[in-house]
Each structure stands twice: as structure tokens, then as C-alpha cells.
Design a protein. Structure first.
Length: 156
């Protein structure tokens, strides 16, 4: 779709990796496909919705979730983000802050907190700031991660 800094990431990649590490097959149709991009000139929910509509027309069996990271700081109460990777640094947990982008015939990985927590099945907050820590704790309670992936370790 030729989106600036366009990539697929977040829970979509984390879930595939953690299912694999638990010996399970993943079905992409069961997950949101998180499309991330960055363009301050097109930072409206309507723009994201139009992109989701285009993606659904191409692959209707997938659950597309498109978010321009140039506007997500407003929802999160943060200063403006400089890029997709900059936005990912503000996400609640390190293992979710992962994305992949096409790079010719290959793949470029965006991982501002590296890949260790993802590969070691570790959940760790990205920040000690009270609001970020609260978001991490809320996600830990509400997402059912320990039920789905019993080998996950919480590192607080």
C-alpha cells in the first residue's frame, strides 16, 4: 500500500511467535492484523478506516487494524511521536513493541526494545511511569495472556 513507514506488528507478531514457542499453529484469521504507519499530514481516523476498507477488499478474511502512529500520542497522553519506532517505545510492554516491514524481497524488523523478551516469552513494562505501568497491569489482567501462553513470565 506504499504507506510511509508501513509495517505489520504489535500483537499480530507477538502472538505468532508465542504460539510457535508453545508448539501451536497460528491462524492469522484469529488475530487482528495490526498495520502501523506514520504520516502527520494524514493523521485522521477516517484515513485509517479508508485503508482498512481497502485491505478488507484485498483480503476480506483477515481482521485489519490500521493506525497512523502520528496521531496515537493523543490517545495515549504522550508528546507527539517522531516515527513508528518512536511510538512503539511508548507502548505498554516490550514484547509487543515489534513490527516487520517489507524490504525488497526481505524483511526489516523494527524492535525498539530488541527481541529478547519476545523470544524468551517475557512480559515486561516499557516504563515505570505510573500511567504506563497502569496500562501494562490492565493489559496483563484483561488480555488472558497467561492462560493462552502458560510459559510466559511476567517481569515487573
Amino acid at each position: 500500500m506504499d504507506l510511509p513507514q508501513g509495517c505489520i506488528g504489535a500483537g499480530f507478531i507477538r502472538n505468532l511467535v508465542w504460539d510457535h514457542l508453545h508448539g501451536r499453529q497460528s491462524d492469522c484469521r484469529d488475530e487482528d492484523v495490526d498495520v502501523l504507519w506514520f504520516d502527520p499530514a494524514r493523521a485522521t481516523p477516517d484515513q485509517d478506516a479508508a485503508l482498512e476498507d481497502r485491505l478488507r477488499a484485498i483480503a476480506p478474511d483477515l481482521r485489519w487494524s490500521v493506525r497512523n502512529q502520528a496521531r496515537m500520542h493523543l490517545r495515549n497522553g504522550d508528546p507527539p511521536y517522531p516515527s513508528v519506532a518512536g511510538a512503539m517505545r511508548a507502548w505498554p510492554e516490550t514484547a509487543t513493541a515489534i513490527a516487520a516491514a517489507r524490504d525488497g524481497a526481505g524483511c526489516h524488523i523494527i524492535a525498539p526494545f530488541w527481541l529478547a523478551d519476545l523470544g524468551q516469552l517475557s512480559l515486561r513494562p516499557t516504563s515505570r511511569a505510573p500511567a504506563k505501568r497502569a496500562a501494562f497491569e490492565d493489559r496483563l489482567r484483561s488480555r488472558g495472556w497467561r492462560d493462552r501462553w502458560p510459559m510466559v513470565r511476567v517481569l515487573a
